[in-house]
Design a protein around this ligand. Sequence first.
Ligand code: PEP
Ligand code: MG
Length: 594
Amino acid sequence: MPPLDKPGPRAVEERSFHGLAVSPGIAIGPIHVSDHFDAAVPDYRIAPEEIEAERARFAAAVAVSIKQIRKLKTKAQNLPDAAAEEMGYLLDAHLAMLSSSRLIRGVDRRIAEERRNAEAAVQAEIAEIGERFAGMRDAYLAARFDDIRVVGARLMRNLVKKPFEGFAMLREGTVILAEELTPADIALMDPRRVAGFATALGGAESHTAIMARALALPAVVGAVGLLAHAERRETAIVDGTAGTVIINPSAATIAEYRSRREELQRERRQLDKLRRLPALTRDGVEIGLQANLELPRELDQALAAGAAGLGLVRTEFLYMNRADLPGEDEQYATYRDLLVGMNGRPVTLRTLDIGGDKIAESLAEVSGAPGANPALGLRAIRLSLKERKLLDTQLAAMLRAAAHGPLRILLPMICTLSELRRVREALAQVARRLKRRGVAIADPLPPLGVMIEVPGAALAADALAAEADFFALGTNDLIQYTLAIDRGDEQVAHLYDPLHPAVLRLIQFAIEAAIRARIPISVCGEMGGDPRFSALLIGLGVRELSMAPSNIPRVKRRIRSLDTIAATRRARAIMDQWDSGRIAALLDDFNTLA
Ligand code: PEP
Ligand code: MG
C-alpha cells in the first residue's frame, strides 16, 4: 500500500511564506511534513451491533475534515490573487470529495457490509480507487488521485486522533511543517532532533506558541500555502523572529541565515552573563523573576536562567498524550521533584486548566464534547469543581508535595468568590483526609491564589483580594476575553492588543486591589516575559514577573536599566491615554530613553 498522501507539486525554486513570528530563533534543516499519515492503520472486524456507531465515528471524522478545510479556505483568501485562486480550487475539490463522493459512499458501504473499522475501510477504498486510476495512465487523473490520497490521509488523522508519534524517529535538526500542531504535539518534540516548526494555522498567543517558546524552538504559525510546496527532505528555513519560512533556499540564502543564527547565538551568550547578577532596578528595587513551566524538562533551563522560583507550573502536561488520568502518587512524585529541584525557591502549581485550545485525550470522557465556544465552556476550575475527583487528586498530591518546600496553589479561570471558597473547602477536606491516613502535610496549608485572567475577576479583584492569598495576572486570557479575540486564531491576531486601554485598566485595577489587600501579585501571562512591557508593569506596581525561562535574561537586562520612579511616572501618563497608538508611542519612547 503506497502512503495515503503525497506532497503537492515540487517546488524547484526558493519560495518564501509569511506568518506570525511566535518563537524567536532560526532553524535550518531537512523538512518533515507532519500532516502525512505515517502511523500504522488499525485494522479489525466489528460486530453487527457496532456498525451504526462505527458509521457515526466515520461521519464525525468527515465533519471535522470539512471544518478544517473550510478554515484553510478562509485563510487562503488572504494569499495573493493567483495563489488564492489555485488554493481555492484545490480545497473546493477536497470538499467535494467529502460530500457523498465515491470515496465516502465506498467507505460507508465497507463498514456496513464488510464490517471493517473505519480506518481500514478508508485504506481499502483508496487502494481500490488507486488501482483504477493506475490503469488510466492520464496525468490529469493521476493528479486527481493525489488529491484523493491527501483527503484520505486527513480522514485517517481525524479518525486515529493520535498525536504525531513520528517525531522520535526524526533526523537531527529537522524542521517540521504542518497544517496545525497542538500543545501535546509540541510536548513530544525533542529539541535535539527538532530544529523548529512552521504551521499553516494558529495564533500567536495559542498554547502551541507558548509551548514552542518554552522549548526555545524557533516557530512560525499561520503561514498559509506552506504545505503545497513542501517536500520531505528538502531544506527549510524557519525564522521565528521575522515570521518567515523559506522552502528550498538557495546556497546564498542558507549562508545569510547561518550568519544571522550565529549573531543571535552571540547575543544569547552576552545575555547569559547576566545570570548571576540580581534583577535590581537602577534605584535598587528588586524584581522577582520567576519561570513558567510547561514541561518538567524545563527545570534545568529555569535553574540555568537563574529563576527565583517557578511562578506558574501548567500541570496540563501530566494529562497530555495518554489515555488514562494521572493518579495521586504520580502527580505527587512530579510535584515533589520540582520542589526538590528548585531547592527552597517557591513553586506555584496551577490546578488543571484544560479546555479552549488545550484539549487532552485523557479527559475527553470527563469533559465531554467541547461546546460551541470551548473558551467560554466547561474548562479550568469549572471542570475541576464539577469533577471533584480531578480536583481532590490534584490537591492531595500538592499537599503531600508541600512537605518538600515552599509550594503555592494557583487556580485558573476564577470568576467569582464562590469558586475560590469551594476550593478552599475542598483543600481543607482533602487535608483532613490525608491526616487521617497519617500522611505528613504542610502546616499551615499552602497559600491559595487565583489567576486574574477573566475581565469579571479583574473588576471584582477587590473582593477576591480579601480572600485569596495571592494573585497571578494571566494577561493572555485577559486580553482574549476583554477584546473578544481568540488567542489561537491567526485571522484576528492583529487585533490582539496588550496595550488596549481596556486591558491596561483591568490590569491596573487588579494590581491596586492586591496592593491595598497586601497580597503578592505577579504577571505570568506572556506580557510578563516581554521586555517591552517591563517598565509599564513595574510602573503600575508589579514586583514579580514569571515567564518562559529563555526570556529571563532579556527581561533582567531591561529591569537593570530602568528606574522605578521614572517608570511609575510614565505608567501614570500612559494610564491617562485612551488611544493604544499613543500608549504604544509613550511606552516605546520610554524604553528607548531609559
Ligand atoms: C494566561 O492566560 O495569561 C495564562 C498565564 O494562562 P494560560 O496561558 O495557560 O492560559
Ligand atoms: Mg489562561
